[in-house]
Design a binder for this molecule. Structure first.
Ligand SMILES: [Zn+2]
Ligand SMILES: [Zn+2]
Ligand SMILES: [Zn+2]
Length: 95
């Protein structure tokens, strides 16, 4: 009997283009996972890359910014938090 592997299982090959060891500064979950309120990683639970160099789950940083005590600042470095839109190609990505 001859067994042929026709196809590798292509599950969970999805990744964000960020360093492996990077975790969300708010919930401390790796970016391959989701924020605490989401079940599935990917487009439904996106990342925001702050111009200060810190990355967060979009949902985490939005919750943070909503709090008055945050004053719109990055929770990691306390600079005013601004981010680049990863879906907006006109913003320009350096590859
Ligand atoms: Zn998070
Ligand atoms: Zn989420
Ligand atoms: Zn920061």
């Amino acid at each position: 009997m001859k067994v042929t592997i026709q196809k590798w299982n292509t599950v969970a090959t999805w990744r964000w283009d960020i360093p492996e060891e990077d975790v969300c500064g708010i919930c401390q979950v790796h970016f391959d996972g989701t924020c605490p309120t989401c079940k599935y990683p990917g487009d439904d639970c996106q990342l925001l890359s702050g111009k200060c160099g810190h990355n967060f789950h979009m949902h985490c940083i939005m919750e943070w910014i909503k709090q008055e005590s945050s004053r719109g600042q990055c929770p990691m470095c306390r600079q005013p938090f601004e981010w680049t839109d990863q879906n907006n190609e006109s913003a320009g990505q350096i590859e």
